[in-house]
Design a protein around this ligand. Structure first.
Ligand code: GRF
Length: 194
């Protein structure tokens, strides 16, 4: 069990792209009551715009190629151990972690996905909900397993889809929801030790 009294636990955020969720977690973590410190950012894309948030906030960041996932995972584990990371938050990280990595890391790994899981695993969720004329969509934070977007659900937020919503509009709306949902999920995971 992770003890929260007085001390923040070290978190690593894995990204591949824009990192707006990373930014919202960094902002929240500046509050001394928020249970984590973002101690490491790992990106499999050296051009990820989100790396800028790590730079701006003086957070150690590493870019590791994921062309060979085995190498990516080995290298990540070394950095995770060095920084004594106790939770990994995947935030727009576009790769699937292996069962071996999940077992070796030993601590919690969570992910945010822009749909009401178990509906619409994988990519292009916004176009799928529009195509299927769904009335609602949303975002889900869940535990990571070796199966894509399939681990136990931690928290979910539902929003209504309007008739004139486009993929771009939904993407924007959902990101706004996610920026408060992910920090809530982190608190929930660490406080309740789910
Ligand atoms: C988010 O919508 C998240 O749910 C999905 O990828 C997007 C990442 O956005 N997994 P950002 O990189 O945090 O801006």
């Amino acid at each position: 069990m992770v003890k929260l009294i007085g001390k923040k636990i070290n978190a690593a955020i894995f990204i591949s792209g824009n990192g707006t969720n990373l930014n919202s977690i960094i902002k929240k973590s500046k509050n001394k009551k928020f249970p984590i410190k973002v101690s490491l950012v790992i990106s499999n894309n050296k051009k990820a715009p989100g790396l800028l948030y790590a730079k701006k906030n003086n957070i150690t960041f590493k870019t590791i190629s994921s062309l060979n996932m085995n190498k990516f995972e080995k290298c990540s584990l070394k950095y995770l151990n060095d920084k004594k990371i106790k939770i990994i938050c995947l935030a727009g990280f576009m790769k699937i972690l292996s069962k071996k990595f999940i077992k070796e890391f030993k601590f919690k790994i969570i992910n945010i996905h822009p749909s009401l899981l178990p509906k619409y695993k994988g990519t292009n969720t916004h176009s799928k909900v529009i195509k299927n004329k769904d009335k609602f969509t949303g975002s889900t934070v869940h535990y990571v397993t070796e199966k894509l977007d399939s681990g136990k659900i931690i928290i979910q937020k539902k929003i209504k889809i309007n008739k004139n919503d486009t993929v771009q509009k939904l993407k924007k709306k959902i990101l706004i929801v996610e920026h408060s949902l992910y920090p809530k999920a982190i608190i929930k995971v660490l406080k309740s030790n789910l």
